[in-house]
Design a binder for this molecule. Structure first.
Ligand SMILES: Nc1ncnc2c1ncn2[C@@H]1O[C@H](COP(=O)(O)OP(=O)(O)OP(=O)(O)O)[C@@H](O)[C@H]1O
Ligand SMILES: [Mg+2]
Length: 507
């Protein structure tokens, strides 16, 4: 029979515990004839003391049996060929020992540092729901991303703590990053005006977020009027807003002389246009028709600009109008699935984020969250020249908090993600990661990630996440909640498509 919420009893251990860092407890006890394992790694436990309530985290669970620790005796007996259980009550000697790490002392609603250890013999219990929720720092009006693993408690994260210093969502492919990101966006879109609603931009590399428009009928929530999907071929960047250094950024081999010459030509063009807009073709024509200056410089410039012109990205005005389209409680999905060129995707990302940063500084758009899928493509660790969007993403990572421009970066290759950007992410959401290089990289990029945390990241199941950092008072394991909206399907599986192709050809 299980008696209430009691899990076990603290014991003295030869490594000097219980102390303020660690204690062991025997799971079950004389009155707790327990069949199933009632304690899991990652679960929280509480111990009542005179100072207050200690909340601890279970780090290890181990089974021991003093009979089987006598290697010689076991070996001798094995040779007799008789079953152990018939002669010795070995089952009764088996017990479960759990190692727990005290996180803090909860007293009068406040979390304090533990300065005094719990006593041997003290009872270890399952913490009360409300107490644990308050202790972990979950807040009522936050983002309900799922439930605390092993506890039936909603995991609700405070918006400010989560997004003031950016979020990184990291995991191997197929672990549930995009799913979790969609849940996070649903939560942002469900916020009430009085609780504060940010605007959202999703850089959707694979075109997998449009399903957010369509709710499951059972969910009762409607999202379609909160979503605007823009396909990347419709994006136009305003040429008049670009000066020669912007062009140089997108043509990194442009020489100093060429940049100066371009500055002069742009100045002349702007004067001639008297405040009217112009496109990249007008700028190219201005260079072609400019009689002064060095012919070689002019030709080089024409080469660079022609190269950019072929991206079909630079027009007279900015489309869409970002100051109009970023609205509180609404999301813009920038579907880049039609754009294959990585360079073009990076330039689009760079210019749009640059604009949002500017508009946010001027307070012309609401506090904004920019979600970047495949973030390692936009801000890689490799040298700057390789990603046109790296500079602005690093700027937003460093300074975005001052202007309430938050990033949510998604990547399956943390190793390839800019360390500058990664180290600025105050909250990390990890789903399953098994690649040792990625795990090492995470260890070196955040002091909050311990060896045991790393070990748990590699053993998470699909849809299970570890949230670490500012969004939570302590690292927490959560089960991500089911989506309210539909997932965008990518069609049939490999085998089905292969069969169909064989039968019907490429019709
Ligand atoms: N919390 C969850 N509950 C139920 N199913 C989930 C959950 N998380 C992920 N899945 C399922 O797992 C699969 C992979 O999820 P998802 O596409 O989000 O992975 P990913 O990490 O974004 O992968 P990739 O790196 O390839 O983009 C999907 O079919 C999704 O439905
Ligand atoms: Mg994905």
């Amino acid at each position: 029979m299980i008696i209430s919420d009691i899990l076990g009893t603290i014991v003295c251990h030869q490594d000097g515990t219980p102390n303020t860092e660690k204690f062991y407890f025997i799971v079950g006890g004389l009155d707790l004839q327990e069949e199933r394992t009632p304690v899991h790694i990652g679960q929280y436990v509480s111990v009542k003391t005179d100072e207050g309530l200690i909340i601890a985290h279970v780090e290890k669970v181990q089974k021991t049996n003093r009979y089987f620790s006598q290697i010689d005796a076991v070996s001798d007996f094995t040779r007799t060929g008789k079953p152990f259980s018939g002669i010795f009550p070995v089952d009764r000697w088996e017990y479960l020992l759990a190692e727990a790490k005290p996180l803090g002392l909860f007293k009068e609603g406040r979390v304090q540092r533990l300065t005094y250890p719990p006593s041997p013999g003290a009872q270890v219990r399952i913490p009360d729901t409300k107490v644990l929720s308050d202790f972990l720092g979950f807040s009522a009006q936050g983002l309900h991303l799922g439930s605390l693993l092993f506890h039936d408690i909603p995991a609700i994260f405070n918006l400010t703590r989560m997004f003031q210093k950016h979020v990184a969502l990291l995991a191997m492919s197929g672990a549930g990053k995009s799913y979790t990101a969609a849940v996070m966006i649903e939560e942002l879109l469900l916020r009430r005006s009085e609780d504060g609603r940010p605007a959202i931009l999703i850089l959707d590399v694979h075109g997998e977020y449009s399903g957010l428009e369509e709710s499951h009928s059972s969910s009762g929530a409607k999202f379609e009027d909160k979503i605007t999907v823009i396909r990347s071929p419709l994006i136009e960047l305003a040429t008049p807003k670009l000066n020669s250094t912007d062009f140089a950024r997108y043509s990194p081999e442009m020489s100093g002389i060429q940049v100066r010459e371009l500055t002069r030509i742009i100045r002349t063009l702007r004067k001639a246009r008297k405040g009217k807009t112009y496109g990249l073709d007008d700028l190219i024509a201005a260079i072609e028709n400019d009689p002064s200056g060095n012919v070689r410089t002019r030709e080089a410039l024409l080469g660079w600009l022609d190269n950019l012109h072929r991206l079909r990205l630079f027009g007279r005005t900015s489309t869409p109008n970002w100051s109009k389209i970023m609205i509180p409680g609404k999301a813009v999905i920038l579907d880049m699935s039609d754009t294959i060129s990585l360079r073009k995707k990076q330039i689009i990302a760079a210019e749009i984020i640059q604009q949002l940063f500017y508009l946010r500084r001027e307070n012309e758009i609401p506090p904004t969250i920019v979600l970047v899928e495949e973030a390692h493509q936009f801000c890689p660790e490799a040298r700057r020249g390789l990603a046109y969007s790296k500079g602005i993403l690093e700027t937003v990572a460093r300074e975005g908090r001052k202007y309430n421009l938050g990033l949510a970066l998604i990547s399956q290759r943390p190793v390839r993600l800019s360390t500058t950007v990664l180290s600025q992410c105050g909250t990390n959401i990890f789903l399953r990661i098994t690649n040792p290089n990625d795990l090492d990289h995470l260890k070196s990029s955040s002091e909050q990630i311990t060896r045991s945390t790393l070990a748990s990241i590699s053993s998470l199941s699909v849809g299970e996440a570890l949230v670490v950092g500012q969004g939570t008072r302590f690292p927490v394991f959560i089960k991500v909640r089911p989506r309210l909206t539909k997932e965008t399907g990518f069609g049939d599986d490999f085998e089905t498509v292969a069969k169909r192709f064989d039968k019907e050809g490429n019709r």
